[in-house]
Design a protein around this ligand. Sequence first.
Ligand code: PLP
Length: 217
Amino acid sequence: MVVTKFHPFSDQVHLAQIGAGDLGENRVQEAQAKAQEWEDADPNIAAGGLLDAESFPPRPRLHMIGHIQSKKTGAVARWADEVQSVDSIKVAEGLSRGRVREIDEFGAAPLRCLVQLSLDGDTSRGGAAAADLDGVCARIAELPGLELGGLMVVPPLDGESATHFERAAGFWADLRSEYPEATEFSAGMSGDLEAAISAGSTCVRVGTSILGPRPIL
Ligand SMILES: *Cc1c(COP(=O)(O)O)cnc(C)c1O
């Protein structure tokens, strides 16, 4: 997955053009604005005049990978193809309510959700503490409009990322034994993707290595 946060919509278009089928965003407002641009896109203007209408690419799958305030869940449920950062029952319930509306009104597909694990329990960086993981997963699995797709982790800043990924993989194995459909293990970013793949990651989320440094706001 290419992480396009802080980069403009035109970069999403160019990535889609060269075959990137999955894009990730971690800030709700920015993600939503870009999703809206896909809906509104005048092919020529959107791509900076570089593409003609025929070669304008189809919209890639858009993934939310950052923390969501529970009051923002309804908006995310409208555009996201997947949410990798579900970290509380409250967020899951909000996404479910929003997605059920989309399904009823527009025939949308169920929203695939990964539960985000916080390995050090510092939930200010996002993620559910290990002790809360089962409860969040069970709620996602039973709520209408949602599908439990697997586990996501952002490793703690301290310690070896390889060790963190091995631990997270253990939680993923437990999760899969209860929910066979939870096939995704999203782990690894530009700086640690080899270690994540060694631990069994099925999805690396790469921003900087592909797009260069993010502009500092
Ligand atoms: C920004 C971000 C990434 C990508 O990080 P890079 O180091 O730029 O590859 C991956 N996952 C999450 C949750 C992010 O917020």
